[in-house]
Every structure is written in structure tokens, then in C-alpha cells.
Design a protein around this ligand. Structure first.
Ligand code: ZN
Length: 448
């Protein structure tokens, strides 16, 4: 670059820039390197080229010609600067590595906002259709599904949530031996017939004898399940699209929970069916599988922003979970095998590589039950390295997932405010923060 070249006068949005044509020749393929006086932008009277662009940003563009690489201000919105580069026909490959983050950071934010907007539209679409034509069926759906639609709906959802909690607590209380009762003599005889298959020792038999469930707790659980099952079936009947309704892990879990409960209830009431060994196993599976209905409480998550964001974060962090599982899998195999190789002669606990892999998983996840410990020096070294690797491997993806959650959580409030301010179509969702205004928007409450 010399000072001998001819000067070029550029008027960018009213601000005049002076430079040499040799400077502009730095990027020969760009617009500024190919200026000619025949262009419409050239003014013969003022002898300058006029472009209606942002003069502040042009300062950085012109600087790029002087420095031979493009740097952008840290506070600039990436897409805006990319448009500017496109206008001046400058290739993105000239952007210096130190400024790549500023150039692309906004794209990530746009993705976040789009995901949150999709999430809101998904929840809104059902409400909006209900708003437009409200048949009895749809009003009933609104009442059952959306606690913010009216005070009655809020009371109903609270009642259902309480039933889920009460029945779950009752199911847990029923396992406390002190609350149970002793079986009667005739019942004991029936149990003996079942236990005959199992060759149990006296202590276990005595324990089974004292495990008769408390009748009040049993009654509570059954009553709760009658109402909960009725509510589930009713919601399924009135829901707008049955396919979409059941296309949810949570609902399938709840559905299974109820089926398992009624299956165990049926087996329990026909004591004689339990004679077979397999039947007892099926019974136990059904009985403890009913805990799945606790997933019912997740329905509420769409009305609690923080929980809702947890769901969005999980779906956005699938690649991080894959990294976590992949890394853990590899390390479990490596350390399990190393542990087995160093300990199998001295350690009775390390019976196979699979047992050693279980030890590796427990050590890597920093749980460390201490049920298996190394005896040899080499084993101690492997254990130490394994524990350190566990801390490092777990910290990485979990840190990313945590920051993703943080970002979604913060953006959620911006999205809410933005939707509230700008979109007439989405007004009812924006106002969901306040039950009363939402009621006004949907106008369902006054028809009850
Ligand atoms: Zn830079």
C-alpha cells in the first residue's frame, strides 16, 4: 500500500470516507475494488461515490481493506454484518477467527427463540381453536386440560393432582409393616398354598403373613383410582385429536399406570389365581408399576414455565446426552476391563468383566458404593485414574446442558414479552401469565 495512488471519495449514508484506490484493490473480487465512474452511484459534480448504507458499519468494512482481514464490533448482530458483507461482495472467509463468535452467535439465539416459539404455538393452537367455536365437548376439554381457563378448571386440576399425590403416598404407606395387619387363619392357609411353590424360610413366611394391607389405605387408593381413571377416559373422549393426545410419553405412562393398577386389583380380588408362580410375579409387577401414574403431575409442566423449559432443554440437548452416553460407554468398557485384568487373581468380588464394568460405572459417576474395592497396587492406580476421568467426563456435557437450560430460561421471558407486545394472533397465550386476563381472552368462563 502506498500513498501515491489516487484518492477515492466515498459518501456512505451522508458520511464521507477518503481512501486510496490501491487500498480498495486489496480484495479484488469485492464491490469497492471494482468502482467505476460509469456507475449510477458516481456523482460527477461532487466527484464521489454515494451508497445508502450504514456509515458506522462501513467504518469496519473500510478497515478490512486496510488490515487485510475483516474484524467486526463485538456488540454487532451477526446477521446484520453478514448482510453488509454480502452487499459489499466481501467473502465471509476474510473474517478473522477472533470475530467468528460475534458473526455466528446470533444464529444460535435465533434457533433458541424459534424452538421456544414453536413450543408456545403448540400449546396455543389448541386454545385458539377452542376460542373460535366452543362446543360443549371443547369446553369440557378446556376445563379438564387447562387450569388457567377458569377458576373451576384450576380447582379441578388441583383436586386431580391431589388425588395422584394422595394415592401415591397411600401406596407407599401401605408398605410400612406397622400399618399393616396380620392375615386371618383361613387367609394364611391360602397364602401357604402359594408359598409352597417358593421354598421360603420361616422368617420370610412370617413377614408375608404380616403384610396384609391396611383396609383404609386400600380403600383410599381404590377410590382415588376410580376418579383418576374416570378423568383419564373422559379427557381422552373429549380431546380434539386422539392421536396427538396419546402421542406423548407422559400420557402413555399414565395410561399404563392405570391399566397396571386395575390388573393388580383384579388379581388381588381373585386370590386363587395367584397359585401359580408366574401369576405372583405378574401381580408384583402390576402393583409396583402403578407408580407410572405419577407422571400425571407432568401434565402440569406446560403451565409452569420453569418445568416447561426443562422439557425444551432436554429435547435441545440430545446431542450432549449422546456424547455423555458414548463417552461413559467407552470408559466403562476400558476401565472395567483394566480393573478385571489387574484384580482377577486377588479379588473375589471381580468375578467377570461385566461385574468390573458395573464397578467402573459406579466409580465413573462418582457414586462409589464401596461394595467392590481394589486390592492390588495396579488396581488402586486404575481406580484413581477412573475416578478422575469420571469427574472430567461428567462435568463437560452436564455443564453444556446446564448452560442450555439457563439460556432457554432467560430467552423464555423475552419470548413471552415479545409475543405479548407484537402478536395479535397469539394474544391469548401471551396473557396466560395472568389467569384472569386469559379468561377474558378465551371467554369460556362466563358460559358455565
Ligand atoms: Zn477480530
Amino acid at each position: 500500500m502506498t500513498a501515491n495512488g489516487s484518492r477515492v471519495r466515498l459518501n456512505i449514508g451522508g458520511t464521507t470516507f477518503l481512501t486510496y484506490d490501491e487500498t480498495l484493490a486489496q480484495f479484488p473480487e469485492s464491490k469497492l475494488a471494482n468502482l467505476s465512474r460509469c456507475m449510477d452511484n458516481y456523482d460527477d459534480y461532487t466527484r464521489e461515490y454515494f451508497f445508502d448504507r450504514n456509515p458506522v458499519l462501513f467504518g469496519f468494512i473500510l478497515d478490512a481493506y486496510r488490515k487485510e482481514e475483516i474484524h467486526l464490533p463485538g456488540d454487532i448482530c451477526g446477521p446484520t454484518f453478514r448482510k453488509e458483507l454480502e452487499f459489499w461482495e466481501l467473502s465471509l472467509s476474510h473474517v478473522a477467527p477472533c470475530c467468528w463468535e460475534a458473526l455466528y452467535k446470533s444464529d444460535d439465539d435465533v434457533k433458541t427463540v424459534n424452538k421456544l416459539m414453536d413450543n408456545y404455538k403448540k400449546n396455543a393452537s389448541i386454545r385458539l381453536t377452542l376460542d373460535n367455536h366452543c362446543s360443549y365437548r371443547k369446553r369440557l376439554w378446556l376445563f379438564l386440560d387447562d387450569p388457567k381457563s377458569s377458576y373451576f378448571a384450576m380447582a379441578w386440576v388441583t383436586f386431580i393432582s391431589l388425588l395422584v399425590i394422595v394415592s401415591t403416598v397411600a401406596e407407599m404407606l401401605i408398605t410400612i409393616p406397622e400399618l399393616g395387619e396380620e392375615y386371618t387363619k383361613s387367609e394364611k392357609q391360602a397364602i401357604d398354598l402359594i408359598l409352597a411353590e417358593y421354598n421360603l424360610d420361616n422368617r420370610t413366611t412370617e413377614r408375608v403373613y404380616s403384610m396384609k394391607p391396611n383396609p383404609y389405605l386400600t380403600l383410599t387408593i381404590t377410590c382415588c383410582h376410580v376418579i383418576l381413571t374416570f378423568e383419564f377416559i373422559l379427557t381422552f373422549i373429549v380431546c380434539p385429536t386422539k392421536k396427538a393426545y396419546m402421542f406423548s410419553v407422559v400420557r402413555v405412562a399414565v395410561f399404563l399406570g392405570y391399566i397396571l393398577f386395575w390388573a393388580s386389583f383384579t388379581i388381588e380380588s381373585n386370590f386363587s389365581t395367584m397359585r401359580k408362580k408366574e401369576m405372583v410375579l405378574v401381580y408384583l409387577l402390576c402393583k409396583y408399576g402403578t407408580i407410572l401414574k405419577l407422571a400425571r403431575l407432568f401434565y402440569l409442566s406446560k403451565h409452569i414455565p420453569a418445568l416447561n423449559i426443562v422439557g425444551v432443554t432436554f429435547s435441545a440437548s440430545i446431542s450432549e446426552f449422546k456424547i455423555l452416553v458414548f463417552l461413559l460407554g467407552i470408559l466403562v468398557c476400558i476401565f472395567g476391563y483394566m480393573m478385571y485384568a489387574t484384580e482377577f487373581l486377588d479379588n473375589d468380588a471381580m468375578t467377570s468383566t461385566f461385574v468390573a464394568m458395573y464397578w467402573a460405572l459406579i466409580t465413573l459417576t462418582t457414586v462409589g458404593y464401596g461394595d467392590m474395592v481394589p486390592y492390588t497396587v495396579a488396581g488402586h492406580v486404575v481406580t484413581s485414574v477412573c475416578a478422575v476421568c469420571g469427574v472430567i467426563v461428567l462435568a463437560m456435557p452436564i455443564g453444556i446442558i446446564a448452560s442450555t437450560f439457563n439460556k432457554y430460561y432467560n430467552f423464555n421471558s423475552y419470548v413471552l414479552t415479545h409475543v405479548h407486545l407484537n402478536s395479535e394472533v397469539l394474544k391469548p397465550i401471551a396473557e396466560n401469565g395472568d389467569a384472569r386476563s386469559s379468561r377474558k381472552a378465551i371467554k369460556v368462563d362466563d358460559r358455565y
